[in-house]
Design a protein around this ligand. Structure first.
Ligand code: C5P
Length: 296
């Protein structure tokens, strides 16, 4: 059996950060969204667990041992099943690294889902969600996909009605911003006494959501990488109706009202030194139907 898989990236429609918890993480309220930008993975049965990375753009720094979340996910599943298993994994990287798009987390979640089938593990979605949480705060979301809330540390996932944005542009300044650094700046700059409690929203339309978008980590990421603010201004000037930094940065997403405006913005910004990617949202049903393709 061979499984060819897609690990779709995410953006955060909204990201509110609350207080620092006893476990060292922050309370979050975030609305995740899967988008049409993906890494490709291929899983085939083998004696041992191994990973090969194909990556013309960024591979220099990607580990292929148990420092890689893909191997960590496979090891975690072996541990859970308590039996020897092997798999040969090939990963083709497309999602920019360290860009707030959840690439590594998506690869890890897809590895859990694929190996659950390849190794006939039959673990429930609930069990897969709890294993995913051990791998990182963004990983459980990718078990579900579509539009979903992440609460608590980010791992308490609740599905929400899909938000549809067919004309989405991603702009990455080609500069990595370290997540832990952005969070520690957040702690340094935020007055604990003025910390507001995280709001609960119910969005039934994209317009309702776009009126409320906010990323608590934006000011800190912009202080580290001022290009983020420049990108946001340009995207707004080019006619985007909603613009926000994704996750802890540095990628900025923008929703355009038409294919024409999206194309014009792409042509204009592609002349800059930034990485510019045309995308669209991936609904939960499209996600569930297209992540794994099993063949003999
Ligand atoms: O869980 P993950 O390894 O993806 O988190 C990376 C870093 O992001 C953590 O080490 C922490 O600095 C920060 N983080 C946080 N609170 C969260 C999620 C992430 O402080 N809820």
């Amino acid at each position: 059996m061979i499984i060819n898989a897609r690990a779709y990236a995410k953006i955060n429609w909204l990201l509110e950060v609350g207080s620092l918890r006893e476990d060292g993480y922050h309370e979050l309220s975030t609305l995740f969204q899967t988008i049409d930008l993906y890494d490709e993975l291929r899983f085939s049965l083998s004696k041992d667990i191994s990973l090969k990375i194909i990556d013309p753009n960024f591979s220099a720094n990607l580990p292929i041992d148990n420092k890689n979340l893909v191997i960590k996910a496979a090891d975690l599943l072996v541990n859970e099943l308590d039996r020897k298993q092997g798999v040969s994994i090939q990963l083709k990287k497309t999602i920019p690294l360290g860009g707030g798009l959840g690439g590594g987390s998506a690869d890890a979640a897809i590895t859990l889902l694929a190996l659950n089938q390849l190794w006939k593990a039959n673990l429930s979605q609930e069990k897969l969600l709890s294993l995913a949480a051990k791998l990182g705060s963004d990983v459980p979301f990718f078990i579900l996909g579509g539009t979903a809330w992440g609460k608590g540390r980010g791992i308490d996932i609740t599905a929400q009605q899909d938000i549809d944005a067919p004309y989405l542009l991603l702009v990455n300044p080609r500069q990595e911003v370290a997540t832990s650094r952005v969070y520690s700046e957040f702690d340094r700059l935020t007055n604990k006494d003025q910390m507001s409690t995280l709001a609960t929203y119910f969005f039934t339309s994209a317009e309702m959501l776009f009126a409320k978008i906010k990323n608590s980590l934006s000011p800190m990421a912009k202080a580290i990488c001022p290009q983020i603010a420049t990108i946001e201004t340009k995207l707004t000037e080019l006619g985007a109706k909603a613009v926000l930094m994704s996750g802890s940065g540095a990628t900025v997403w923008a929703v355009f009202p038409s294919a024409l405006l999206l194309e014009q913005a792409f042509e204009t910004l592609n002349k800059c030194e930034w990485l510019v990617i045309k995308s669209r949202t991936i609904s939960r049903s499209e996600y569930q139907q297209s992540i794994l393709k099993v063949s003999d």
